[in-house]
Design a protein around this ligand. Structure first.
Ligand code: GLA
Ligand code: ZN
Length: 668
């Protein structure tokens, strides 16, 4: 078990006292209200640059000194942010290079946030300088417990500095060998051969968007730029405050940064969770959110993560901002903890009075007092999570893994061909995840370069791109007794989207799966085709591979079209393990049926076999606690096959227990 940074669940969120600087009595009221709401932490300074450094080299820290002192005096910890998410006017007035340039070549004006060039030496220097001063001033402040680096890193810049940096990055990537790049990018196609590194420009619609290797390289470069920007930010913090952990808040499944790579640089992974609750599909929202929690938990070997933001009520940026019903916020908080979060944090503490986010939910509304439904909900959540300290720091030891890989996401989005309308790599991974969630079996979500060896079962849906070494690692895993499931369009290309020759799946994987793949069919909505698995019939959705079984055993076959009778699902014994190939997509029951048969065959058990939950309930074990969550609209029953203690009420439970709609149980 890794070192836990806290001994309690962190409860709090974004706090912007600088918006209330004219009314410092509100700061005192905030302290009173935070204690009342059982809030023990607040994240400060997130967008505060203009007030921290109102003129170049002129600093104003008094307000932050006061706030941190007040917080400490009231027992509230600080998550202290670096302010690079937005900059003061003077900086872009004096140094326009800090502003981002759009794909069309036009430099942005001052405005919004996250609007900066990642390469700009001036911006990097300014950020380092500011962070050094913050670390020197507050590194020993007793309230400061964690660094919150910037805010939701995102975006890309197409300025000349970035173009040059991209070219330099490519030189390293392709060993300073332009012929190698031309070959790897297949540049004899359409006369795309480059003769000088300076000819390579970022992808853009008035230039090049059809070269998928260029698109992939640019994605990697932008992602690496964010990571090096982050490293630049934390350099002074590591030096001055080596004991204060750093995090950067991630945005769900945002594709602009390879979070699986960046996570390695963080002490604690954190993410901002905004499901669209109560818009008619809480079942799917809760499934996808469970998946995303597991993505983040898996990034550092099952170590706890932080839910850095969530809304205590509604948001303001959905097309229609529905109020979530009472209790959903608390249920959502319990889900986060159940999946490995050591925090429940909100955006934001006090609702802004003006500008863009004044209608975004907050713990304290414009009325300013505690007598609101939302404040009561948050307070109840705060009280409830105080009972859960036992899980803090606890890690998870899953036996099943789903491969979801950021680079494969880029690759499946970038190629042209097959079913261009329905790629949906993420959706397919969630479909393969759902059967395990439904059965209370904890599942890691891992990149393709993770260690497969610790899992009994690894499922890699639509793993179209195999980066260097991956096929060898799959082969080794299965040879050593592992169980690996692949689906249609697996192992087609390498890291530059260059097809493997000799047919799919790539090279030695043909032996592992005992099949040979010949063609891929894509189905328009009005063309129906069917396939079987273990005798049951399924409709094919979007895409299917036409395969030949060599050594593999056939578990199903196609029913229609010229490939009727050919295999649709196979399994192959390879050395000490087994490899399944599911050659078609079905977005209804197929994943569940295949997983059920795998679970039975491999003897995979639920995390807590003493509980039987009705469909629709989510059951998650974390540490010694068992969470039973009901995201549905109707009451559901769990059957407890032994005595449990209800952690919230201390009541002893056994037998059938009802969980109300939107309700939950925590059992011990
Ligand atoms: C993001 C940001 C916050 C705030 C919220 C609103 O997650 O990090 O600053 O804008 O969205 O939902
Ligand atoms: Zn730039």
């Amino acid at each position: 078990m890794k070192k836990a940074f806290f001994d309690h669940i962190v409860h709090g969120g974004d706090y912007n006292p600088e918006q209330w600087i004219r009314t410092p009595e509100i700061w005192d009221e905030d302290m009173r209200l935070m204690k009342l709401a059982h809030v023990n932490s607040a994240s400060v300074g997130i967008f505060s640059w203009a007030i921290l450094e109102p003129e170049e080299g002129v600093y104003n820290f008094e307000w932050l000194d006061t706030i941190l002192d007040k917080m400490h005096a009231n027992g509230i910890d600080a998550v202290l942010a670096t302010p690079s998410g937005a900059r003061p006017h003077w900086m872009s007035d004096k140094y326009p290079e800090v502003l981002q340039v759009q794909e069309n070549g036009i430099r942005n004006e001052f405005g919004v946030r996250h609007n900066h060039c990642l390469t700009s030496p001036v911006y990097r220097e300014k950020v380092r300088n500011m962070n050094r001063i913050l670390a020197e001033r507050y590194g020993k402040h007793p309230a400061v417990k964690m660094w919150h680096i910037s805010n939701e890193y995102s975006g890309e810049c197409h300025c000349e500095l970035c173009q040059k940096a991209f070219q330099e990055w490519l030189k390293v990537e392709y060993h300073n060998d332009i012929d190698e790049l031309n070959h790897r990018w297949w540049n004899n196609f359409w006369s795309h051969t480059v003769t000088d590194w300076s000819q390579i420009r970022s992808p853009k619609y008035r230039g090049e968007v059809c070269s998928s290797p260029l698109v992939l390289a640019w994605k990697r470069f932008v992602s690496d730029s964010h990571i090096s920007f982050f490293e630049n930010e934390i350099a002074p913090l590591r030096e001055i405050t080596p004991d204060i952990p750093v995090t950067a808040n991630f945005m769900r499944m945002y594709t602009g940064i390879d979070y699986q790579k960046m996570a390695k640089k963080l002490d604690i992974v954190s993410w901002d969770n905004y499901p669209a609750w109560d818009k008619g599909n809480n079942d799917y929202e809760s499934l996808e959110t469970a998946f995303v929690h597991d993505v983040f938990r898996s990034m550092k070997d099952g170590q706890p993560f932080f839910m850095m933001e969530s809304t205590p009520s509604l948001v303001n940026w959905h097309p229609i901002n529905k109020l979530p019903r009472p209790g959903v916020q608390q249920l959502s908080a319990m889900q986060a903890i159940a999946h490995g979060s050591d925090s429940v944090q909100y955006f934001q503490w006090r609702k802004s009075r003006g500008s863009h986010e004044k209608y975004h939910g907050a713990v304290v509304d414009h009325c300013g007092h505690e007598n609101t439904r939302v404040f009561r909900d948050v307070t109840n959540t705060g009280k409830a999570i105080e009972k859960l300290s036992a899980v803090v720091g606890s890690t998870c030891n899953s036996k099943v893994a789903i491969v979801y890989d950021w680079e494969n996401r880029w690759a499946t989005d970038a190629f042209c061909g097959f079913n261009n309308e329905h790629r949906n790599y993420l959706g397919e991974c969630i479909r393969w995840y759902a059967p395990f969630r439904k059965r209370g079996i904890s599942t890691d979500i891992i990149p393709m370069d993770a260690d497969f060896g610790k899992y009994d079962l690894v499922i890699a849906p639509f793993l179209y791109m195999l980066k260097n070494g991956t096929k060898e690692r799959i082969e080794k895993y299965v040879a050593n007794g592992g169980n690996f499931v692949a689906t249609y369009l697996t192992g087609v290309v390498d890291k530059d989207d260059l097809c493997y020759l000799g047919g799919w799946p790539a090279e030695e994987l043909k032996n592992v799966f005992g099949i040979r793949m010949e063609e891929t069919d894509s189905l328009p909505e009005n063309v129906k085709n069917r396939a079987t698995f273990n005798g049951k019939e399924y409709e094919i959705h979007h895409v299917c591979d036409i395969i030949h079984a060599n050594t593999a055993k056939v578990l199903g076959e196609y029913k229609d079209d010229f490939y009727a009778g050919m295999p649709s699902v196979t399994v192959n014994h390879y050395k000490n393990g087994k490899a399944w190939y599911v050659a078609f997509r079905n977005d209804k029951d197929l994943c569940d049926d295949v997983c059920e048969s795998l679970i039975n065959e491999l003897g995979i058990t639920a995390d807590d076999p003493d509980i039987t939950a009705e469909d629709g309930l989510e059951v998650r074990k974390r540490g010694e606690l068992l969470f039973v969550l009901n995201f549905t609209d109707t009451a559901r029953t769990v059957l407890l096959n032994r005595e449990y203690k209800n952690v919230m009420t201390d009541e002893i439970l056994n037998g059938a227990v009802t969980v109300p709609p939107g309700g939950y149980l925590v059992l011990e």
